[in-house]
Design a protein around this ligand. Structure first.
Ligand code: HEC
Ligand code: HEC
Length: 508
């Protein structure tokens, strides 16, 4: 972590340093250590004063949190003239796509292979998607990325598995799949229809963490298991990356942060020696044909929301579009390639104007106002800074000026609590699968805004890239690598203080 550009207040390094010293003192308890202490600030000193704007994490567009909450409401400052377009885009993200060909061609083209029929089928109400907790439930609301070791393809960011590509689709438009169990199973060798790539299940491993005060927490992590492989054997060295669907509110504001503000936080060589480096991800821009900074996805593997949305249409729904014109079939999947498509006159299943509408919806989803602060969460705020959480979960930015239809997204003081950079989070969280610049153990710091509302939005409050954490506490306890000092700071707090820190995170 280095300096800071357009953040509202700087996260002073001293906070983290002094905290580490205090641990050292606590451990060593020597007079020598105390001498060191006099040269650094007291932990509380660098905690910035609370600003009124913190109550409005999404700036002027922050939305009121209603009992029927969702992360799919238009930002309050979205101009009236753009609202019909927002709702049209939401309909495209919400209504199921169907198999081609159909009489009404506007919504056909699903598959041939796909993960879900709608965007909001995974990002339920705009919130997180569930991952199955039981070993006999197949995954339909998360994705499993694949690759094989070897030189990365600059464009795709990894080396795809030859038979199955870089994402496993667990569904197919084939009648024999749709009517599974209702019609007699066809012989896979003679069935002309393209079957799903596989059924994906998760086995969960558990481990227990014990705090100093004797209290313990059980942590679990998933191992993917594939059954009914549809296209022959899978490479024995295949690398998996299970990704849960994140919440998608506020992403237009994240897109509006000036790249220079993020670059200013980077410290890839950890020159300031605080144990936290932070690298800007580098990914392929499929429209401009160049490598650019990545910002979206758990490994910051997408450059912007147009490419993220177009990639989801192709990879998750099997809907071809101007940015990703090919069906999600590998060269070896001939039955998949032969399936009729739902192309319109311009040669895509999703023409440009419908892509633009969907992106407009995603971009303009408002961020709920923060919860009322209590004495407990206010105390937790101090611990959040003291523990060094803000070194990666960068609290705030002022978004860059934007023009035209995006003007309302510019110049906003926002509180997302992310630096949008890659951090090595250690072996416990690693999936060993590189993705563009990200190594197998690097992940993008996710935003923390509205995290405490997850369960209210759709009942899904599981956290981290693969949905393994069932609470904020579990999520913190998984932090390793560059996040080790912060986890240790949290774990060495008393129960009351741990709960206060969690209360603060849940109030954002
Ligand atoms: C099968 C489930 C699924 C479907 C369907 C799906 N997504 Fe996603 N979405 C995900 C997952 C998983 C990620 C994280 C991907 C990664 O890390 O590579 C994601 C990431 C995103 C992000 C980036 C969020 C962030 O904070 O970086 C956006 C925006 C998004 N999806 C929008 C959409 C849109 C729009 C559609 C419909 C065209 C869609 N998604 C369909 C599962 C899904
Ligand atoms: C070194 C950078 C770093 C530090 C320091 C750090 N985090 Fe994180 N945090 C991350 C990354 C990266 C992830 C995503 C990891 C993953 O999904 O595997 C994450 C994930 C989380 C999540 C889950 C978010 C979600 O959407 O699923 C929570 C909650 C969280 N951190 C809270 C904290 C708290 C509280 C602290 C301080 C005790 C902290 N973090 C310190 C980088 C950091």
């Amino acid at each position: 972590m280095a300096g800071l550009a357009s953040a509202v207040f700087p996260v002073v390094k001293m906070t983290i340093r002094s905290q580490i010293f205090h641990h050292f003192i606590a451990a060593a308890g020597t007079a020598l250590a105390l001498c060191v202490c006099t040269t650094v600030a007291e932990p509380g000193n660098a905690v910035p004063a609370r600003l009124t704007s913190e109550a409005f994490p999404g700036g002027e567009g922050s939305v009121k949190f209603t009992p029927f909450a969702s992360f799919e409401l238009p930002a309050t400052n979205l101009p009236e003239s753009q609202r019909p377009l927002f709702h049209a885009g939401k309909a495209l993200a919400n209504q199921p796509w169907i198999k081609a060909p159909t009489a009404t061609d506007a919504r056909d083209g699903l598959g041939p292979l796909y993960n879900a029929r709608t965007c909001l089928g995974c990002h339920i109400n705009g919130g997180r998607g569930p991952v199955p907790h039981k070993g006999d439930e197949a995954i339909f609301t998360a994705i499993l990325r694949l690759s094989v070791p070897g030189e990365k393809d600059t464009v795709r960011g990894s080396k795809p598995e030859p038979n199955y590509g870089d994402q496993l689709q667990g569904q197919a438009v084939a009648l024999s799949h749709q009517l599974r169990g209702k019609i007699p199973a066809k012989n896979p060798a003679t069935n002309p229809e393209a079957p799903p790539e596989a059924r994906i299940y998760l086995d969960w491993l558990e481990k227990t963490v014990v705090y100093n005060d004797g209290e313990s927490v059980t942590l679990r992590s998933p191992r993917p298991r594939l059954e009914e492989l549809g296209y022959g054997p899978i490479d024995t060295n295949v690398l998996f990356s299970l990704r849960a669907a994140p919440a998608i509110h506020g992403v237009g504001l994240l897109e509006s942060i000036d790249q220079a503000a993020i670059n200013a936080l980077a410290d890839p060589e950890d020159r300031d020696n605080d144990g936290i480096s932070g690298r800007v991800s580098q990914v392929w821009d499929f429209e401009r044909g160049v490598t650019v900074a990545g910002r979206f996805g758990w490994k910051a593997n997408r450059a912007n929301l147009r490419i993220t949305t177009a990639g989801a249409f192709q990879g998750d729904l099997g809907i071809t579009n101007p940015i990703f014109p090919g069906q999600p079939c590998t060269a070896l999947q001939r039955r998949c390639q032969r399936t009729p498509n739902g192309n319109d006159a311009d040669g895509f299943e999703l023409p440009e104007h419908l892509l633009t509408l969907t992106v407009g919806f995603v971009r303009n989803i408002g961020v709920p106002v923060s919860r009322k602060q209590t004495a407990q969460s206010d105390l937790g705020r101090t611990y959040f800074f003291n523990a060094g959480c803000a070194a990666c979960h960068q609290p705030s930015y002022v978004t860059a000026p934007r023009s035209g239809d995006l003007a309302h997204l510019g110049g906003q003081t926002i509180w997302p609590y992310t630096d949008l950079m890659l951090h090595d989070m250690g072996p416990g969280l690693a999936d060993s699968r590189p993705d563009y610049a990200a190594s197998g153990s690097e992940w993008r710091t996710p935003p923390l805004w509205s995290i405490g509302l997850s369960a209210k939005v759709n009942g899904v409050a599981t956290l981290l890239h693969d949905g393994r954490a069932r609470s904020v506490e579990e999520a913190i306890l998984w932090h390793g690598g560059e996040g080790t000092a912060a986890r240790q700071a949290f774990a060495s707090m008393g129960k009351y203080n741990r709960e206060a820190l969690i209360a603060f995170v849940e109030s954002l």
